[in-house]
Design a protein around this ligand. Structure first.
Ligand code: GDP
Ligand code: MG
Length: 545
């Protein structure tokens, strides 16, 4: 077991030992035992956000397999869990958990049949609680990934009007999905919030969408992703600014915000062998025709202006060839690919630029560092906070009542001694014995309080602090890595100091002091406040080594 888990379990076990001594403690013990069992369960990472934000696409790209159904309608959207493991029967890899408690194992075809948008599919999906699929993907070693149906489905008025009886049932399902998603996100240990970059969303609207999506989230375990950035060129080429704007405004809710286009990343991999050939074909098109006419819109690319264009340029590649090129890529994805190929000096150069634009590798790295690698710390932080809550209740409720009773029992004993013993010493003794065996004395209570403080609250706070420091280290490490170039020769030193390699530098006292002074001096000379903060933190970290 990982050391953080072991220490969490030790604290939980010790607290249940102490609390067992209290009368009527069964309820508390139950809660603590539940927490202890949870130490071994995996951390749940849920993907939240609106319907059609691109959640399922993002998960597929993350897992590198087409596992979650994409483009599902509200009738077919289901909860999909992805867990580490091997399916018992490879022909029936999908575990279906029904709302009535039944479980069945089904084939891929069964799952694919959920693409329908009809009454029958809807009736079927209504009975299902979730799908679960076991895959041997290292991402899932310490976390279970949950794809949610999404909140706030956009009402499709055409469909609504066409089939109003069906529309009502669909509205019900929509509400259910909205509630399910919110509930899953609330129960998850960590959440990725996806908000699609819908064309022309104002910054304010954008923020409102994020705020709504991550309502009540705590910044440590929640990260924001602006998805589908390829759809708006404005967003695509300014995606980092947009992300920074949202991140600054939601500092308390999200640990960070990153832009991504999962579809672009997928397309780069799917079509990369064609890039060279495409680039040759594209570069033969005159610039004004390429930019002004062909890339204007999907219709233009597919031939809308060709009748007029071909008169001027008889050698223009035909609309048919162009459509073949586009294949089934979303227009935004295709547009950025052809534009980049057109302007880049080589196909490889274009590939690199496109990878950077999709930003997927960076997002994956951050998720890796922040969630997948820290899953156990995240889980334990949550369990420790819950234990702290239980202890607080015990101190304010059970212990408080015990103390009151102990005080009262002293009064009763005096009363018995003074008023009963002179007339009936046998009964007085019996009463006193009853009190002694049923009421905890003030000194016993003090001993319990002392144990709670020393054996539970102390170690709990110590562990919480250590995890907290790891979290700050981690945030600093992220900053350092983000602006790697700024740190020149000191980059590797900071990475080690902030725990990138899992071990802290081993230095003599003189060396530590020397490095501490170096970073204090640097903090004073630096002008950028972020860099100043990091330098100061480096100095204090050497102090704590
Ligand atoms: N252009 C573009 N389309 C995307 C991207 N991600 C998802 N989509 C499309 O958006 C639609 C909804 O995607 P889906 O993953 O099912 O969204 P979900 O409802 O949040 O799970 C589908 O048609 C996807 O092809 C993206 O990065 N770029
Ligand atoms: Mg989906």
């Amino acid at each position: 077991m990982n050391p953080i888990e072991q220490r969490t379990l030790d604290i939980l076990n010790r607290s249940s030992e102490i609390i067992r001594e209290l009368p009527n403690s069964a309820g508390y013990l139950d809660e603590i035992n539940k927490l202890a069992r949870n130490v071994h369960t995996k951390c749940t990472l849920a993907i939240g956000g609106r319907v059609k934000a691109g959640k399922s696409t993002f998960i597929n790209t993350l897992l590198g397999e087409q596992l979650a159904l994409v483009g599902t309608t509200e009738t077919t959207a289901t909860i999909n869990r992805f867990v580490y493991g091997k399916p018992a029967d490879p022909n029936r890899p999908i575990k279906v958990v029904y709302k009535n408690g039944n479980v069945s194992y089904e084939s891929q075809e069964f799952m694919d049949s959920f693409q329908g948008n009809d009454a029958k599919t809807m009736a079927l999906s209504k009975g299902i609680l979730y799908f679960e699929r076991a895959i041997e993907n290292p991402i899932l070693l310490d976390i279970d990934l949950v794809d949610t149906p999404g909140t706030d489905a956009v009402v499709d008025e055409h469909q609504e009007a066409a089939e109003s009886a069906f529309g009502f049932a669909r509205d019900e399902l929509r509400k259910e999905h909205d509630a399910q998603t919110k509930d899953l996100v609330k129960k998850a240990d960590a959440v990725i919030y996806l908000v699609g970059a819908v064309a022309n969303q104002s910054n304010k609207q954008f923020l409102d969408n994020f705020q709504q999506a991550c309502d009540g989230a705590s910044a440590l375990n929640a990260i924001g992703v602006i998805s589908r950035i390829d759809e708006e060129e404005n967003t695509l080429y300014n995606s980092k600014d947009q992300a920074e704007y949202v991140a600054n405004s939601l500092k308390d809710q999200l640990s960070g915000v990153m832009p991504v286009s999962a579809s672009l990343y997928d397309a780069i991999h799917k079509y990369t062998t064609k890039f060279e050939n495409w680039q040759r074909i594209l570069k033969a098109i005159p610039e004004d025709i390429f930019n002004t006419y062909l890339c204007r819109s999907q219709e233009a690319w597919e031939g809308k202006y060709d009748a007029a264009l071909v008169k001027k340029h008889p050698n223009l590649i035909t609309a048919e060839v162009r459509q073949q090129m586009k294949d089934d890529m979303p227009w935004g994805v295709f547009r950025v690919i052809v534009k980049t190929l057109y302007s880049a000096s080589s196909a490889e150069d274009a590939r690199q630029q496109l990878l950077t634009l999709s930003n997927f590798e960076e997002v994956k790295q951050v998720l890796q560092d922040q969630f997948f690698a820290r899953a156990k710390a995240i889980k334990c932080t949550i369990l420790l906070a819950q234990l702290r809550n239980i202890i607080w209740q015990i101190r304010n409720d059970a212990l408080y009542r015990l103390k009151r009773t102990a005080k009262k029992s002293v009064e009763w004993s005096t009363l018995i001694n003074n008023r009963i013993r002179p007339y009936d010493s046998a009964n007085a003794e019996e009463l006193l014995a009853f009190i002694r065996s049923n009421v905890k004395s003030e000194s016993e209570i003090q001993r319990i309080e002392h144990s709670i403080k020393g054996d539970v609250v102390g170690p709990l706070e110590q562990l919480e602090n250590e995890i907290q420091n790891l979290n700050i280290d981690y945030k600093m490490l992220q900053e350092v890595q983000r602006y790697k170039d700024r740190w020149g020769d000191n980059y590797a030193e900071l990475c080690e100091l902030f725990g990138m390699y899992g071990t802290k530098p081993q230095l003599s006292v003189e060396q530590k002091m020397q490095r501490q002074m170096f970073w204090q001096g640097k903090a004073m000379r630096l002008l950028d406040p972020k860099m100043q903060e990091i330098a100061r933190y480096a100095a204090s970290s050497y102090g704590k080594l």
